[in-house]
Design a protein around this ligand. Structure first.
Ligand SMILES: NC(=O)c1ccc[n+]([C@@H]2O[C@H](COP(=O)([O-])OP(=O)(O)OC[C@H]3O[C@@H](n4cnc5c(N)ncnc54)[C@H](O)[C@@H]3O)[C@@H](O)[C@H]2O)c1
Ligand SMILES: O=C(O)C(=O)C[C@]1(C(=O)O)C=C[C@@H](O)C=C1
Length: 340
């Protein structure tokens, strides 16, 4: 899309062919060394793949995109590679699905993309990596590998485990309970669908920092269980203590959640939602967007909730608070049913 020639190679040629067919590049090998080699293989294979590319003189600069940064660098060092032409990077964007069919052209837009150069890194390679990040419309963030691994233990690796732990409760659950799943559990468990083998590799390369965060979660869990047990007590004071304990964890959750950056990594903005009832017919969403456009409203985000077993759903339009009144009026005038 940005006019850059991309040569794709994978140890499974079908995957490279599929990615090429989707418009990601060509699976023909390059005629000579390329500007930048991007290694996007599972973490445990990064060093060997990079070392092989370096030995072949495949590129002027080399980066990887693995979710951990200290391990690949250490492994490359152990293989005696020239680390000056290598920069470890990590785009904070992805999906719970893997393979070329899960890729989208806008995957990295507005997302942080970490670079972990060292004092020995070649400036030209650093600039090439920055150029790639700009072409993908991502936001570069420079960190050292150790700080990166500790940060992702908190914001990515522990959330993956917590999501899996919540979803694991459903494995043996009664069908009568599972059929009640609403949007809350869908939000919490989306990443529980991730590929276990990939995550075992990621967690194996960052076990200490993840165990540290998870043990704080475990302490909070113990405290929350104690509070809930106190809520079952016949003693009024104990029940009061239990309610305070539960409220404390919920309030701390609110305080953490508002720190999650908003769109394009900017400071979080307090948006409001307007909920519209739709029937399951083609073109409904396009009509809502056109009507919102007619009201001069910019939709910041959109979420669709399908009602189980019904030909209907709710569309939640996230907008600036100042846009709510005009949007509500226009949609009502144009025949939409709004929900509080
Ligand atoms: N999926 C995400 O959310 C995400 C986000 C950021 C970074 N990453 C990182 O990106 C990397 C790739 O993850 P993915 O989700 O794209 O996985 P993927 O399974 O879609 O892609 C990995 C590809 O590597 C190929 N491969 C495996 N070993 C190889 C080797 N030795 N030589 C050549 N090709 C090989 C596989 O055939 C596969 O096509 C990982 O290091 C992961 O940590 C993933
Ligand atoms: O599935 C997603 O939404 C992700 O973006 C996955 C996610 C993340 O935790 O943010 C997971 C691991 C990667 O290293 C980077 C991104």
């Amino acid at each position: 899309a940005r006019g850059v020639t991309v040569h794709l190679s994978d140890h499974d040629p079908d995957r490279a062919r599929t990615a090429a067919a989707l418009g990601a590049g060509t699976d023909e090998p390059p005629a000579g060394p390329v500007d930048l080699a991007i290694v996007a293989v599972p973490p445990a294979h990064v060093a060997a793949t990079l070392a092989d590319a370096m030995r072949r003189g495949a590129a002027r600069g080399y980066i990887d995109v693995a979710s951990v940064k200290q391990g690949p660098r250490r492994d490359l060092e152990a293989q005696g590679c020239d680390l000056s032409t290598y920069i470890g990077t990590h785009p904070m964007a992805g999906k719970e699905k893997s393979g070329p069919l899960a890729g989208t052209a806008d995957l990295f837009e507005g997302r942080p993309w970490v670079l972990t150069p060292t004092r020995d890194s070649d400036t030209e390679v650093f600039n090439l990596a920055l150029e790639l990040i700009a072409l993908c419309r991502a936001v570069p963030v420079v960190m050292d590998a150790d700080a990166h691994d500790r940060a992702v233990a908190l914001v990515s690796h522990t959330p993956q485990l917590v999501s899996s732990l919540v979803a694991a409760r459903l494995e043996e659950a009664d069908e009568t309970a599972v059929r009640l799943c609403g949007q809350g559990i869908r939000d919490v468990t989306r990443i529980a669908a991730s590929e276990p083998r990939m995550w075992v590799e990621i967690l194996s390369a960052n076990p200490g920092p993840v165990a540290d965060v998870l043990s704080s979660v475990a302490a909070d869990l113990d405290e929350t269980v104690r509070s809930l047990r106190a809520l079952q007590s016949a003693d009024q004071d104990k029940r009061q203590g239990g309610a305070e304990g539960v409220e404390d964890v919920l309030r701390r959750g609110n305080a953490g959640r508002v720190r999650v950056p908003g769109k394009h990594g900017s400071a979080p903005t307090a948006y409001e939602t307007v909920t519209v009832l739709i029937s399951d017919q083609p073109g409904q969403l396009a009509r809502i967007f056109a009507d919102a456009g007619a009201a001069g409203v910019n939709i910041e985000d959109v979420r669709i909730e399908h009602a189980t077993g019904q030909q209907a759903g709710r569309v939640q339009l996230t907008v600036q608070p100042s846009a709510v009144e005009g949007l509500t009026r226009t949609l009502t005038e144009r025949g939409w049913s709004l929900r509080p």
